[in-house]
Design a binder for this molecule. Structure first.
Ligand code: 1HE
Length: 269
């Protein structure tokens, strides 16, 4: 374990497999175990949970990326052989806790993907709010061929992105999607050239950080719940969060700026 605070201003102990860096309101968290293709072991899962739980108030968005040639090779398969059923359940639940800290944490998270985005690597990417893929990225769920099953929330999050039928195909047949196919089916939001992912990810994170905090809260915390509730509850919840957001001082200041012709217009490009 190393203290990230002295190096980068985060008040959290991180394992060697994670590195954190701060650029003003943006935190960059790197999976930093390239010799093992950023495979996620138990200390890494605990570190991810701790990092997202302890984000300082000044951080408005996070970029998650992987060091080396690949984003993430998924679960550290070396840890798997010694586990019994009860330990397996506890292990999967520890991934759920950590990834919930990403999906329903304090701020939006942008994932920058390249190389292998497989197994648990795809699961952690799916827990992020925005995905930027470089052209080297490819996606697979090799759990089927390893005799196991996803355990990092993939059964819940991946069908939302690509549908149950595609996930079933990936798991049963070992189908691998390339970056362009992944973009077409909704695994990534943005597709960029090799090496351009981080700058695009930071650009998007900075744009997100410039939003009113209440808007980011509503989009990341409330929208997914509305999308999964029955329409009547959804409309009611939407009315409530809409009123809460527009009643916030930040919204009033932004609306006044537009009416005073001091705010940017909505234009393409
Ligand atoms: C690993 C892992 C790993 C690499 N656990 N050690 N994930 C998988 O089934 C994917 C397994 N990995 C691969 O298919 C390949 O490693 C890659 C395609 C990602 C990269 O290939 P390559 O040629 O660049 O690297 P490599 O030579 O295969 O691996 C380099 C080292 O990383 C090697 O260790 P070394 O000590 O011999 O150098 C590999 O053993 C090690 N390595 N991937 C442990 N995953 C919560 S449930 C989630 C369930 C899952 O995620 S299942 C999917 C697991």
């Amino acid at each position: 374990m190393s203290s990230a605070k002295s190096a980068s201003g985060f008040d959290v102990e991180l394992p060697r497999s994670l590195q954190a860096e701060r650029r003003d309101a943006i935190a960059i968290l790197s999976l930093a175990r390239p010799d093992k293709r950023n495979a996620i072991d138990d200390p890494t899962v605990a570190g991810i949970e701790a990092f997202f739980a302890a984000l300082p108030d000044g951080i408005k968005a996070v970029v998650l990326k992987g060091e080396g040639e690949h984003f993430c090779a998924g679960l550290d398969l070396g840890e798997l052989t010694a586990r019994g059923v009860a330990q397996g359940i506890a292990h999967s639940r520890s991934w759920h806790r950590a990834f919930e800290r990403i999906e329903f944490g304090k701020v939006p998270v942008v994932a920058v993907l390249h190389g292998a985005v497989v197994g648990g690597g795809l699961e952690i990417a799916a827990a992020c709010h925005i995905r930027v893929a470089e052209r080297s990225a490819y996606y697979a769920l090799p759990e089927g061929s390893r005799g196991i099953y996803v355990g990092g929330g993939g059964s819940v999050r991946l069908p939302r992105l690509i549908g149950t039928a595609r996930m079933m195909d990936m798991m049963l047949t070992g189908r691998v999607y390339g970056a362009e196919e992944g973009q077409a089916i909704g695994l990534s939001h943005y597709l960029v050239g090799s090496g351009a992912g981080l700058s695009k990810g930071i650009e998007l994170a900075e744009r997100i950080a410039g939003n009113a905090p209440m808007t980011n809260f509503a989009v990341t915390q409330v929208l997914p719940r509305i999308a999964e509730s029955d329409p009547a509850a959804g409309y009611l919840t939407e009315a409530l969060i809409s009123a809460i957001a527009q009643g916030d001082d930040e919204a009033k200041a932004r609306l006044k700026a537009f009416l005073d012709k001091r705010a940017p217009k909505t234009v393409r490009g």
